[in-house]
Design a protein around this ligand. Structure first.
Ligand code: CUA
Length: 319
């Protein structure tokens, strides 16, 4: 499903859309009355032979009407907005799970809560990039921050938007009523890669969610598999680690996206799809020629073709 704010799939988005339609309907009624009165008067009182305009200087009833009605409407909208904002801004009551979100030029990183469900062998907590998996019917609190510049987190079908500001923590909550995949987009211009700063929220039923988490943890732990040693060692010795994190390894760079589940992603950096050997090789070899302005440099020349191939093979095991 595309990101679409008028198709609410959770309580927060529903509240926003209800208010939107109410205001839109009132605006349309006002438009019809005002435009109707203008058109009617234009025809009825148009200049024609034998008619002269009636002269008068004030009409108390009319002036009262067009002052009182708009005032009442604005007050009603204020009260209603206030009421909805209280609901939307209530990020702390009945929270089922808190996820840390970090915006980076130009990707999103999610850290799941410190719970047994997300615990890795090495004692750390599951992380993901670009995609956040949540259980349905539960209020998920998001604690947002940014690595570099101001970004804005927005999943239109699930809720309102909130800025991710460097050096601060802001919070937001989302909730999905039914399973589904919901797309979002960074909503604050943050540099060359802004338009590619997409994100996805996948909502699972409760039982699917437990299974998903178990699998994600298993995959993260699998990184210690000796069969993928050559590629892993090459990656860990290469400049890649200065920028990228792969959970369960020493790669803990924070400049680039988290690659822990790169092979399960739908695209590479939002621009190459699918994630396969050919596209990954292209990307690692010369990312700037594919996504102008990207921080990742060209590695063809710095790394040998064999090294790139080993790294790509290993990245493809990171499901
Ligand atoms: Cu991040 Cu726009």
């Amino acid at each position: 499903m595309g990101p679409w704010p008028l198709d609410p799939r959770g309580p927060e988005a529903e509240q926003i859309v209800t208010l939107y339609w109410l205001m839109f309907a009132c605006a349309m009624v006002v438009l019809a009355i005002v435009a109707g009165a203008i058109i009617y008067s234009g025809i009825k009182f148009r200049d024609r032979p034998g008619h002269s305009a009636r002269q008068f200087h004030s009409h108390n009833m009319l002036e009262l009407t067009w002052t009182v009605i708009p005032t009442l409407m604005v007050i009603s909208f204020t009260v209603l907005s206030w009421n909805k904002l209280n609901f939307i801004n209530d990020v702390d009551s009945n929270v089922a799970m808190t996820v840390k979100v970090e915006g980076r030029q130009w990707s999103w990183a999610f850290t799941y809560p410190d719970q047994q469900l997300f615990k890795l062998q090495d004692g750390s907590t599951l992380q993901s990039g670009q995609q956040l998996d949540i259980p349905i019917g539960q209020k998920i609190k998001l604690e947002l921050t940014s690595k570099d510049v101001i970004h804005s987190f927005w999943i239109p079908n699930l809720g309102g938007k909130k800025d991710a500001v460097p050096g601060h923590t802001t919070s937001l909550w989302i909730q999905a009523d039914q399973p589904g995949t919901f797309k979002g987009q960074c909503y604050e211009y943050c540099g060359d890669g802004h338009a590619d700063m997409l994100l996805t929220v996948v909502a699972h039923s409760a039982s699917d969610y437990t299974a998903w988490a178990a699998d994600a943890v298993k995959q993260a732990n699998l990184l210690n598999d000796p069969r993928t040693k050559v590629g892993r060692d090459t990656f860990l010795a290469a400049p890649c680690v200065g920028c990228h994190t792969v959970q369960g390894t020493t790669a803990a760079g924070k400049v680039g996206p988290d690659l822990t589940h790169i092979a399960s992603k739908q695209n590479i950096a939002g621009v190459l799809s699918p994630v396969n050997q050919e596209n990954l090789t292209k990307w690692v070899s010369d990312a700037p020629s594919i996504k102008p302005g990207v921080v990742m440099p060209k590695f063809k020349g710095t790394l040998s073709d064999q090294q790139i191939s080993d790294i790509v093979q290993w990245l493809l095991t990171l499901k």
